[in-house]
Design a protein around this ligand. Structure first.
Ligand code: NAI
Length: 356
C-alpha cells in the first residue's frame, strides 16, 4: 500500500463537481481544518483529472468517474487521497485504485435525511400532492384523479436494513404499516424490537404494497428490480428508490407501468442520471428516451438525487470529509477508508470494526 508523504503547509484539496450548496457548507467549516480548497465545477474523470496535478487530495461525488484511467492521472499528478463526499462508492473502481490511492468516504451523514425523503416521495406520489399543488396554484380546486390509499394497515417491504433502511422501516411502522424486510445480514434483534419480519425477497415482493430500496449498488444487486421481480409485485404496488439508479432495470419498469401492472414509482435516482441530474436542462431537448418516457407517466415521481439534501446532512458531509482528509495527512488515520479487500470479504480489519 502507498505510504503517506507528509508535506508542509495546508493540505491542498481539488474539489470536483462543485455545486453552490457544497461550497457554502465546505466554506463554513474549512477554517477549522488545515485544508485549502480549489473548487472545480466539472466532474472528475480521465478528461479532467489533470486539474488535480500538484494537489494532495481530490474530493469527489456520486457521478464522478473514479476509474483506472482517472487514477493513473491522479497518481501521476501527486494526489494521495480521494475523499468521497458521499456514502455510496459504486462509481469507484476499487480494484483498479486499491494500493495506489486511498479512498475515504462519509459512511453516515444523515440516514434520517434519506429515509425521510423516501417517505416524502411515497406520500407525495400516493396522495398526488405534486398534482394538487399545481392545480390549486392555477385556481383549479377539483379533486378528481387525486385518489390515494391509506398507508395504515398496508405492507411495506424494505430491501436493505442498514442505517437508512432501518429508519425508513421505523417510520413506516409509525404509520401503522406491517413491515417486511430482506437483507443478506438480517438484524434480528432490531427486527424483533421494531415488529419487522424478515422474509425471502420473493415473499417481500409478493406481499408488499410499497417496496423501498435501501441497499447499495453492487454487481449482485444490479437490476434487482427486473421483469421477474416486477412480475411478483402487486398490481397497485409503489416502488421507491433512493438507493442507486441501476438497482432498477428502467426498461422493465417502463414495461410494467405501460401494462398497468404496477401502481407507480417514486425515484430519487436513475441508472443514467450522470447525464442529467444536478444540472438545469430545462431549455434543451432530453435525448435520453428512457428518461423522457419515464417523465411522461402520471404515476412516476422523480427527484434529482436530492435525498441527502438537508442542512444536517450537508454539515456532516463537510465536517466528516474535511476530518477524513486532515486525519490522513496528519496522522495516517484511515478510519473511513473504503477497503477493496473488505468488498472481497478477505479483509482482516473487518473484525476491528474499521471497515463498513
Ligand atoms: P448500509 O451499508 O448501512 O446498509 C445497506 C444494507 O443493504 C446492508 O445491511 C446490506 O447488508 C444490505 N444489502 C446489500 N445487498 C442487499 C440485497 N441484495 N438485498 C437486501 N439487502 C442488501 O447503507 P446505508 O447508509 O443504509 O445506505 C444505503 C444506500 O443508500 C447507499 O449504498 C447509497 O447507495 C444510498 N444512498 C442514497 C442517497 C441519496 O441521496 N439518494 C444518500 C445516501 C445513501
Amino acid at each position: 500500500m502507498k505510504t503517506l508523504t507528509k508535506r508542509e503547509g495546508p493540505i491542498r484539496l481539488a474539489f470536483f463537481d462543485t455545486k453552490p450548496y457544497d461550497r457554502e457548507y465546505f466554506d463554513v467549516h474549512k477554517n477549522n481544518y488545515n485544508v485549502e480548497i480549489k473548487y472545480y465545477p466539472v466532474k472528475l474523470s480521465a478528461d479532467t483529472a489533470s486539474l488535480a496535478r500538484g494537489y494532495d487530495a481530490v474530493c469527489a461525488f456520486v457521478n464522478d468517474e473514479l476509474d483506472a484511467a482517472t487514477a493513473d492521472i491522479l497518481v501521476e499528478g501527486g494526489v494521495q487521497l480521494v475523499a468521497m463526499r458521499c456514502a455510496g462508492y459504486n462509481n469507484v473502481d476499487l480494484k483498479a485504485i486499491w494500493g495506489r490511492l486511498h479512498v475515504v468516504r462519509v459512511p453516515a451523514y444523515s440516514p434520517h435525511a434519506v429515509a425521510e425523503h423516501a417517505v416524502a416521495l411515497l406520500l407525495t406520489l400516493n396522495r398526488r400532492i405534486h398534482k394538487a399543488y399545481v392545480r390549486t396554484k392555477e385556481g383549479n380546486f377539483t379533486l378528481s384523479g387525486l385518489v390515494g390509499f391509506d398507508l395504515y394497515g398496508k405492507t411495506a417491504g424494505i430491501i436493505g436494513t442498514g442505517q437508512i433502511g432501518r429508519i425508513a422501516a421505523e417510520i413506516f411502522r409509525g404509520f401503522g404499516m406491517d413491515v417486511l424486510a430482506s437483507d443478506p445480514y438480517p438484524n434480528e434483534i432490531w427486527a424483533a424490537e421494531t415488529g419487522v419480519r424478515y422474509v425471502s425477497m420473493e415473499d417481500l415482493f409478493r406481499q408488499s404494497d410499497v417496496v423501498s430500496l435501501h441497499c447499495p449498488l453492487t454487481p449482485e444487486n444490479h437490476h434487482l428490480i427486473n421483469d421477474k421481480s416486477l412480475s411478483w409485485m402487486k398490481k397497485n404496488a409503489i416502488i421507491i428508490n433512493t438507493g442507486r439508479g441501476a438497482l432498477i432495470d428502467t426498461k422493465a419498469l417502463i414495461h410494467a407501468l405501460k401494462t398497468n401492472s404496477l401502481g407507480g414509482a417514486a425515484l430519487d435516482v436513475y441508472e443514467e442520471e450522470d447525464e442529467y441530474f444536478f444540472e438545469d436542462h430545462s431549455t434543451s431537448v432530453i435525448k435520453d428516451d428512457v428518461l423522457a418516457r419515464l417523465l411522461t407517466f402520471p404515476n412516476v415521481l422523480i427527484t434529482s438525487h436530492q435525498a441527502f439534501l438537508t442542512h444536517e446532512a450537508l454539515t456532516a458531509i463537510a465536517t466528516t470529509t474535511l476530518g477524513n482528509i486532515q486525519n490522513y495527512f496528519e496522522t495516517g488515520d484511515l478510519t473511513n477508508e473504503i477497503c477493496y479487500r473488505c468488498t472481497q470479504k478477505t479483509c482482516s480489519r473487518k473484525e476491528t470494526g474499521r471497515c463498513f
